[in-house]
Write a protein that binds this ligand. Sequence first.
Ligand code: NAD
Ligand code: UD1
Length: 339
Amino acid sequence: MTSTVIVTGGAGYIGSHTTLALLQMGIDVVVLDNLSNSTTASLERAAQITGRSPVFVQGDIRDEALLNGLFEKYPIQTVLHFAGLKAVGESVNRPLAYYDNNVTGTLTLCKAMVRAGVFRLAFSSSATVYGNPAIVPIFESVTTGMPTNPYGCSKYMIEQVLQDLANADPRWSIALLRYFNPVGAHESGLIGEDPNGIPNNLLPYIAQVAVGKLPELVVFGNDYPTADGTGVRDYIHVMDLAEGHLRALEALETRTGAHVWNLGTGHGYSVFEVIRAFEAASDRPVPYRIAPRRTGDIATCYADPSKAMRELGWKAKRGLPEMMRDAWRWQQMNPNGYR
Ligand code: NAD
Ligand code: UD1
């Protein structure tokens, strides 16, 4: 297994859980994060859990000189690339910031990797690249490229760039990991998702309603063509996702080229099913009201994860009850996140 891994965006939600999993495997980790959407508390907690600390460097993936220095200083063989901006609504209002952080940031990172002779990269892509899927479950080879917002377009563009790099130079080994809906927290309750302000995503919103910080959930639409009318998504426990990254890194050791893997469970749950599961896990009511559909939302999205099973030997192990239990434990133990 790879010895030193650089994790961009490693202080963030998914990056900190994956850093924890890497540390637990005995892998040395250098985290590069500009802390634009995180604090180092997540890494301190990961160190508390694992008894090992990552090296932390505060800086930006668009800073080429900084990156060159890091590749010179540490024996880095692999890059896990989480850093980027991820709020869909904000991306509509600030497209330049999204293309600059996500696309320019990735180009700068790849240039530094080439200079350093490091060609192994796992990239955080998203099911958003599938746009509104014609069929579910979604498998990797269906048509992509119709995302409805700048965030989704930035993920799609980065995937194209990375495919082109792999086509042009056989030294590259690249994993394009398309996450479905990451939720939950580490089982310890010490690290979890800590959104800024009012959450955009369903799970952190529900958790803040249950804990009494927000009065009620607003359900965006009950007139979708789904069993109960609410949107259906493939929620995946963030620790399953972290373990998927470990398997992808192992796979890249013996593969060249760019490889796409869906990281999802293969199960779709409606908003109402998630509410009921959260109420059961927390033993608290989650009051809600129905509102019109959110612009850009789709009815149903869930993965066919069989390629990751076949090629990575990876399968999500934790079900909806565990996702809700761990999201609730994190919320209860940290009602104000890391603050
Ligand atoms: P996050 O915001 O918690 O983590 C991203 C981290 O990157 C943050 O710590 C932030 O400070 C850092 N960062 C942002 N721009 C940077 C830059 N220019 N230089 C250095 N650091 C920078 O988000 P997350 O939920 O952990 O998502 C991680 C990745 O996974 C992102 O690329 C996101 O687009 C992708 N993704 C997330 C989801 C999701 O639902 N959370 C779904 C699909 C894909
Ligand atoms: C959102 C992003 C998507 C991104 C994904 C993972 C949008 C339009 N899409 O997808 O690009 O890849 O997160 O980060 O933001 N819901 C409510 N009330 C809420 C919040 C959500 O009813 O307050 C519903 C939504 O309509 C949806 C489901 O819950 O049916 C899940 O929503 P969310 O957690 O925001 O994820 P996605 O919409 O799948």
